[in-house]
Design a protein around this ligand. Sequence first.
Ligand SMILES: Cc1cc2nc3c(=O)[nH]c(=O)nc-3n(C[C@H](O)[C@H](O)[C@H](O)COP(=O)(O)OP(=O)(O)OC[C@H]3O[C@@H](n4cnc5c(N)ncnc54)[C@H](O)[C@@H]3O)c2cc1C
Length: 446
Amino acid sequence: MRADTGADKGADSALRTAVSGRVLLPGDAGFAAAARPWNLAVEQPVAAVVEATDADDVAAVVRYARRTGRAVAAQTTGHGAAPGTDGAILLRTRRLDAVEVRPELRLARVGAGVTWDRVLAAAAPYRLTGLAGSSPVVGVAGYTLSGGLSWYGRAHGWAADAVTAFEVVDADGGRARVTAETDPELFWALRGGGGDFAIVTALEFELVPAPDLYGGSMAWPLDRADEVAAAYLEITAQAPPALSAWLGRVNIPGVPPAVTVSVAFLGTAEEARDLLKPLDAIPGAVEDTRRPLDPAELGAITGDPVDPMPSATGGELLAGLDEAALRVLLHEPIDPLAGLQLRHLGGALAEERPGRGACGTLAEPYLLYTYGAVAGPEQAAAIRERQRSLAAALGDLATGRRPYICLGAGETVAHTFPAATVDRLRRIKRERDPHGVILANHPVAH
Ligand SMILES: Cc1cc2nc3c(=O)[nH]c(=O)nc-3n(C[C@H](O)[C@H](O)[C@H](O)COP(=O)(O)OP(=O)(O)OC[C@H]3O[C@@H](n4cnc5c(N)ncnc54)[C@H](O)[C@@H]3O)c2cc1C
């Protein structure tokens, strides 16, 4: 399915005349930096990098790729970078940077190069917000095409659920506006099935009300893990959809091991404190950053890394949590992982909703999310091995399924979706991109 990447490298100098954006070819000054993704653990031996200036420029890149047998890999930031871009044209979208908020319609329209922090800042003055996750510096397009698991997912569902339209360039280089009415199949695929079907140049989505937001993180020394886990289970058992709580374990060399609870609540501080009371009874907290937040401050809750770094993340959807699982996750060694999180799901994510996209319904109540810093190939392998052994130790609670955003190197959508969804995505790929011009981080057809 992948386009032939064996085209003559010298021929790519024709790209400079085919498009109006900056083109960098191997050997050009700045090529290596331009080809580098946010996740520095991933090598991208691409044939060219194009910084497209607008949607017509994106179309010109796709037409060039189609003519020359190259594949086009679109990337905003490279947070979701994965191996497999050898010989492709890396399409950088950062210059497609328009952000429009229409508060009267509770809608936003953003260019494909926009990161969440800009949307949150533009919507916050209207006490509106978007369905962003823990890191505000990931791209709205890449995140939403992958489903997008937000702090507000329990209240409002997937970020992909909120999309009303995609503006795209198809595999032939044609431009289209894709909605539930104009092209239901493609609209379905793009809402959570990844970026393998078209290049998105802009997207339009609903914003949600955020008159009040309360959030932050608490931390205790790891020897408080059992008390904290018990309080966490009590809180999540009764949590309203407006409350999301994540239990974390910090395992960074040189930092005292800790157990954490991070929360976001769409409501007042008073209501939040009441819901979170079980945490107040646990002595010895070494950190408590909980406070009323402006919706634009969402990223402050976990303080995810902003600068590029070599990282490896993983995930496992859990059918539940019990004492044995918590013992494994909080007491057994997890080296070389730098930490793990148990993210409470459910709420709107678990509701059967007609018209949902490929992301579907997420029935599992918890997501185990693991992360580590990658110092080299041996450590990357050790991280993967630890992720595997943790999942094995969780037995039947680990479903073997992971959200698209948690797919690792070499994993496919078959690890994410039921067989019927995978088949439908593959059929759409065959119909819309038979020559494999468009290359996602996790291609649907392997
Ligand atoms: C620190 C950190 C925290 C995170 N937290 C969360 C979280 O809370 N919730 C969550 O859901 N995810 C989270 N993620 C995962 C993140 O959402 C994914 O990595 C996502 O792919 C990032 O999108 P991006 O555009 O920044 O990445 P990129 O690597 O730029 O893009 C990822 C993929 O999206 C597709 N794509 C991007 N732009 C386009 C386009 N214009 N047209 C077509 N396809 C395109 C491509 O297939 C590309 O390979 C986190 C990741 C990190 C590193």
